[in-house]
Design a protein around this ligand. Structure first.
Ligand code: PLP
Ligand code: SF4
Length: 345
């Protein structure tokens, strides 16, 4: 074999060996309903409550599936990731674009709703599919972007001092892509903070690997990470250790939680979630009232109940462990404190 070809072969092997571990684990997610239900040992009668397929396909990391109590459709993890028949019940007030996001674009991949902040949709992919996702019907653009238009828009908009990387999940893209985007943002001097909104480490904590940590260390701006987490069962030891690796880099960690019927709408569960987060050095930031997206009505908790839960938490926990209870109201200049949102809507 000529020398050049042998060299190519070596390169090829190197590239193959370079597929990061997290990616291999992610590829093993459950993406079909039947094998997922079989794995969870769901009984034939309970299966009648579950859709066999959905235009928003299931996507469940093995680690999450393993934590689901066998045979239990009431398990808080099962409820977040399994497509119940209830998704197909049309409910007044629930629609495909509850936050009017399709009209809040500055470029194809930038949403700009709030003063000083721009949100980049970095990818359509996620580590997992949460059934109540408010972007479950979002018309993501296909294929990877080089963010040319986004970067040039940000260059021109000096009033933006914070960029939120969202998606999809910004950690669902290869580290090299993320690094390219971060390094381009790093060169825009009026951007002072970059926030990463992610749920990835909950399903695949291996995502927080050395390669990612070393790319995050290269950014000149202050980085913050906001973790989407809804139930204490999501926070096992390995997840917490992986998050502490981010915290050790000096990256403040915040959390956001969606209030979900049958998942976390009890004071004991929220108390356990927020204290577990606090113990891990993660500050609970937002508790979101569910966005009224089509297919998620069965997750809605009445606002009065949410307010009572938050009040009860205040009586039991350190003030900084009780997140702000907010609701997004389309067209408003910020996420609204729920009590205010009620009076306005
Ligand atoms: C939620 C959101 C933000 C961030 O809002 P904060 O209240 O600062 O956390 C920014 N841009 C968009 C489009 C958002 O939806
Ligand atoms: S990880 Fe976030 S963006 Fe992805 S499906 Fe869940 S809620 Fe939606």
């Amino acid at each position: 074999m000529p020398l050049e070809n042998r060299y190519d072969l070596q390169q090829l092997l190197l590239v193959r060996m370079d597929i990061p571990q997290w990616h291999t684990i992610w590829q093993r997610n459950f993406t079909r309903v039947i094998p997922f239900l079989d794995f969870c040992q769901i009984s034939p009668s309970d299966r009648l409550q579950i859709l066999s397929s959905s235009p928003f396909p299931i996507n469940v990391p093995e680690r999450i599936a393993k934590k689901i109590e066998k045979g239990s459709i009431d398990d808080p993890l099962f409820r977040q990731f399994a497509p119940l028949m209830a998704e197909e019940t049309a409910t007044a007030g629930f629609d495909a674009d509850p936050l009017h996001e399709t009209t809040a674009h500055c470029t194809e991949n930038i949403l700009c709703k709030y003063h000083g902040r721009a949100l980049i949709i970095t990818t359509r992919a996620c580590g997992m599919h949460c059934r109540f996702c408010f972007r479950r019907h979002y018309p993501y653009c296909q294929g990877p972007s080089d963010f040319h238009d986004e970067l040039s828009w940000l260059h021109d908009h000096h009033e933006i001092d914070e960029v939120v990387l969202s998606g999809g999940d910004p950690l669902a893209q290869p580290t090299s892509h993320l690094e390219r985007l971060l390094s381009a943002l790093g060169k825009i001097s009026h951007i002072k903070r970059i926030r990463l909104h992610t749920r990835f480490p909950i399903g695949i904590p291996e995502r927080i690997d050395d390669e990612l940590l070393s790319s995050l260390q290269k950014i000149p701006q202050q980085l913050l990470v906001v973790l989407h987490v809804n139930h204490p069962k999501e926070l096992d030891d390995e997840v917490i250790v992986s998050l502490s690796r981010l915290r050790r880099l000096g990256i403040p960690l915040l959390s956001q939680t969606v209030l979900l019927r049958g998942v976390n709408d009890r004071v004991e569960i929220l108390e356990s979630l927020f204290s577990t987060l606090g113990n891990a050095g993660i500050i609970p930031y937002y508790l979101h009232q569910l966005d009224r997206v089509l297919g998620a009505a069965h997750y809605e908790v009445p606002v009065q109940k949410g307010l009572a839960l938050v009040e009860a938490l205040r009586g039991r926990m350190s003030g900084y462990l009780v997140p702000q209870y907010v609701q997004e109201v389309a067209g408003r200049p910020c996420k609204m404190a729920v009590s205010t949102a009620i009076t306005l809507s």
